[in-house]
Design a protein around this ligand. Sequence first.
Ligand code: NAD
Length: 491
Amino acid sequence: MALSFDPDTIALPKGHFIGGRYVDGKDGLPMRRPSDAVAYADCPIADAELVDQAVSVAKTALRQSGWSIRRPRERTNAMHRWADLIEAEGETLARLEAVSSTRPIGQLIQGDVAVTAEQIRFFAEFADKEGSDLVPTDDASLGMIMTEPYGVVGAITPWNFPLSMAGWKLGPALAAGNAIVLKPSEMTPFSTLYLAELAIRAGIPSGLINIVLGDGQTTGQAMTGHPDIAKISFTGSTAAGSAIMANIARTGVKPMTLELGGKSPQIVFADADLTLAANAIANSILVNAGQACVAGSRVIVEKSVMEPLVAALLARMAAIRPGPTWDETSSYSPVISERQIARVDTIVQAARQAGAECLTGGRCLEREGYFYAPTLLSNVDQVSPAVTEEIFGPVLTVQCCADEEEALALADHPTYGLAAGLFTRDLNRAICVTRRLQAGTVWVNRYSRSRDHILPTGGYKRSGIGKDLGREAYQANRKSKSVLINLQDQT
Ligand code: NAD
């Protein structure tokens, strides 16, 4: 199958998607393609009035469709039909995403689209399996913990993996019987719009999934402060997560799930399989040019194996295939925007001036678009912004350690705790170090998610509150009611 395409020929969905149809947007934010910096579209901004309209449509749809009170298997079946359509329309979805985002078309088809369909199916199966509990009480009573959907859930997603981030939010919320108002990133809204369109075509009632476009300040704030949005599920930066918490505190209490930023370490012990470790580490910083929340951007390696590990990493970094996201031969992504590439470079140059050694990269690639060379920095200070800040670019630092204690001390980040990796052949050490790592996910002798969607994801410290994926994500989309019935005759 030939996947490459001409980005100028793609018909983009226009407007917000509310009540099963496209609604024209008013003002727009100019959008540029990361692969060639060409201005190609405007993203409309939903104001508070339009957000209110979307919430009202969602409430009505929930009531009229009976989505949350019908036989749960009907939700499961509709979501399975949706997943089938996602696969059938995978090429269109992938193209809509490749135009605006940093995801290469080949990786989208093999990865993001397939994974999104799988996640929808995974969550669909909870609808008729996960239920309320009878709890032990004395014989004179019947105690129950009943669970119920929230009603209208608000979801806000980032630009780095637009399709799968939308899947993380829509799958559990819908399976659990809710309606949704979702705001994708203003930089990458198109695949999410089409995903919602496919849901309606699959028979999910109109108005249950509504997509409002816009920025955080206007549209995002209107959502988080809306009195009829019963719960917020957010994925994005820690700064935006804090702003959302503040707005929720100001406008009314509601539950929230926050999947936030990270600065994740990978520890390589001297007994590790170095080929395996180097491949895993290189992939974790090269995939999507390091623009992943769990990017393992800090390598901590035992001194005796530092040299061969660095040599293997440099070889992998030299073998990248940069190119536009619409070219099927590209595997190395651009950075999302001009602003973001400037930020990456500023942190790298500051680290160099502070004494870091740049073993490769440290510059923009000489080609159109926002491509930054894979960069490996050694001799970095533990307090350098290159080590402390989430760079969100293809920049890896490597620090040397003498032993396990020093490795753990360097790995510990003062504020982030999203993920961590460790490489060793010693099972006892793997378990002991895993126990001490302060991170919501720990990978041993690998550094990537699998397609086992049952494993929840979420952060320690300021990397987040609550979990996406897994049973926990489904449960987080239902609230519980404790019921106690007196069985004793009082007469
Ligand atoms: P961002 O925080 O700038 O934006 C994320 C989304 O939030 C966008 O839709 C944006 O419009 C919206 N937003 C921004 N400010 C808001 C506000 N005050 N109120 C409501 N909405 C607001 O993040 P980004 O640049 O799009 O994505 C990169 C960040 O996302 C990184 O920090 C990355 O680590 C994080 N991320 C985390 C996970 C995870 O699972 N923990 C997954 C992917 C990305």
